[in-house]
Design a protein around this ligand. Structure first.
Ligand code: CP
Ligand code: NVA
Length: 313
């Protein structure tokens, strides 16, 4: 079924219904197949997108640039070292100026509030390319990767092991809840999300036939998991916490012993990347036969292209 998402922003993924997410994943599947078949489209000819980055990026930047550029669009990379965003010029004013010149804006940075303000004032779709709180374009790629592996999402179980309150843990909670999946966070209590977020996600999951549970015992709750997911112990902007996190999270490293706790040998390992091998995941697991991290990285491009097609055309 087709939905009209033209003009919509993507800020957290909460604002998309399960049917709309389904629609985006279907477009992503189609554009991936087209690319594999060598079919070239020029869907973004005459369009421009501003890509604002306060934090570094390999995958997100390259996915946006290649997805937009190869379809004839013109992406413009703007590092916050170069533009006046919240420095000499307010975010509202920057949003209004960029909105007059570009067809869309992507923002990666620290505060979720910044991307929300951009969306409020730009008058064009704004996409969250990662903030301290959420990383929605990543989760679309993660859902696509799980579905490619198992053929479905509903009822699938995903366990996130590690920093249970970072942008990935949060946004996976939303994605799983929307798609009726079973989501478990295995993380020390100090790193659990807020009570209000837990309640919000439990309600969202229940509405769609999914569940959300948390456990602080390392390796608990993994049995039967379709996917084990982890992420860095200290996210961008948290470099000062690296030592404290290392102490807290060492028992939660995803290693072969941890993978065996699922009781399955077809559980897949996922990681948004970049990974610190030897910390949150061992070399053996990320390079092993259950790892799907490179498919996941590739799917960033197809899912981002899907979002652009759905919201700009
Ligand atoms: N996964 C992800 O967002 O990667 P980058 O930080 O390289 O964009
Ligand atoms: N949690 C990580 C994700 C990187 C894609 C970070 O914010 O640095």
């Amino acid at each position: 079924m087709a939905f009209n998402l033209k003009g919509r922003s993507l800020l957290t993924l909460k604002e998309y219904t399960p049917q709309e997410i389904r629609y985006l994943l279907d477009i992503a599947k189609q554009v991936k197949a087209e690319r594999k078949a060598g079919i070239v489209h020029q869907r973004f000819v005459g369009k421009t997108i501003a890509l604002i980055f306060e934090k570094r990026s390999t995958r997100t930047r390259c996915a946006f640039e290649t997805a937009f550029g190869e379809e004839g669009g013109h992406p413009v990379f703007l590092s916050t070292d170069d533009i006046q965003l919240g420095a000499k010029e307010s975010i509202e004013d920057t949003a209004r100026v960029l909105g007059r010149m570009f067809d869309a804006i992507e923002f990666r940075g620290f505060k979720q509030e910044t991307v929300e303000i951009l969306a409020k004032y730009a008058g064009v779709p704004v996409y969250n390319g990662l903030t301290d709180e959420y990383h929605p374009t990543q989760v679309l790629a993660d859902l696509m990767t799980i579905e490619e592996e198992f053929g479905s999402l509903k009822g699938r179980k995903l366990v996130f092991v590690g920093d249970g309150r970072n942008n990935m843990a949060n946004t996976l909670a939303i994605g799983c809840a929307k798609m009726g999946m079973h989501y478990v966070i295995n993380s020390p209590k100090e790193l659990w999300p807020s009570e209000s977020f837990i309640k919000e996600i439990k309600d969202m999951a229940a509405e769609n036939g999914g569940t959300f549970e948390l456990t602080s015992v390392p390796g608990e709750g993994l049995e039967g998991a379709d996917a084990i997911y982890t992420d860095v112990w200290a996210s961008m902007g948290e470099e000062a916490k690296a030592e404290e996190r290392e102490k807290l999270l060492r028992p939660y490293q995803v290693n072969e012993e941890m993978m065996k706790k699922t009781g399955r040998d077809d559980t897949i390992f996922l990681h948004c990347l970049p990974a610190v091998k030897g910390q949150e995941v061992t070399f053996e697991v990320i390079e092993g036969k259950q790892s799907r991290v490179w498919d996941q990285a590739e799917n960033r491009k197809h899912t981002i292209k899907a979002v652009l097609i759905a919201t700009l055309l």
